[in-house]
Design a protein around this ligand. Structure first.
Ligand code: ZN
Length: 203
């Protein structure tokens, strides 16, 4: 086991997904981008909250519902405070939550750009015989696994296909099918018997 390189790749999209909605002002479907600002409306003890999006062409707004007549008393005070001061981390976390966005908008454009942070999970062996890469994907970036591997290992996609065929590259737990799908949290990629560049392990 000692000649195995263990690494974790944490994959984070670099651009938030954008809903594609009919813009009243432009009179056509446009992308809307998060403004990073919230709108709140309290009505007695109930609170409505939205994240404000803007048409990328004319800046007309669309409010993404976050809370609908939610009892203020049961809200986490830190969350309420973050809403009230337009906390950018919170706005980003919501803007990158593509699953939540899809519940509010039928059409969503995702951008493939990702930032990959590589961490060695064990001391690097002198002559690695295999590499095990665990994928950590906190927010789904909509990037296909085969593209990610080509981009980050420097292997051509034809080489990756050949390695898969030989069994030198394995994907767990989903197997080969995972290659054409967006990267998923918890996927493990095992590459053995090929020369491994250290850039696969650490930045
Ligand atoms: Zn517009």
């Amino acid at each position: 086991m000692s000649d195995i390189l263990w690494a974790r790749w944490t994959i984070v999209p670099t651009a938030a997904p954008e809903p594609q909605l009919h813009c009243r002002h432009c009179g056509t479907v446009r992308n809307f981008a998060s403004s990073g600002k919230f709108r709140l409306n309290s009505n007695g003890k109930k609170l409505d909250a939205w994240l404000i999006y803007k048409c990328v062409v004319c800046s007309d707004t669309w409010n993404r519902p976050l809370l609908e007549r939610h009892p203020v008393g049961v809200l986490d005070p830190a969350f309420l405070d973050a809403l009230q001061r337009n906390d950018l981390d919170l706005a980003d976390r919501i803007a990158f939550d593509v699953a939540g966005l899809r519940r509010r908008a039928q059409r969503v454009e995702e951008f493939g750009g990702v930032r990959v942070t590589k961490t060695a999970l064990a001391p690097l062996p002198a002559n690695p015989g295999a590499i095990v890469i665990e994928l950590s994907v906190p927010a789904a970036p909509g990037l296909r696994l085969d593209r990610l591997l080509a981009q980050e290992t420097g292997f051509a996609r034809s080489r990756i296909r050949a390695l898969l065929k030989e069994g030198a590259l394995r994907v767990e737990p989903e197997g080969v099918r995972a290659m054409r799908k967006p990267v998923r949290d918890g996927t493990r990629v095992v590459i053995s018997g090929v020369w491994i560049d250290r850039s696969c392990i650490a930045d």
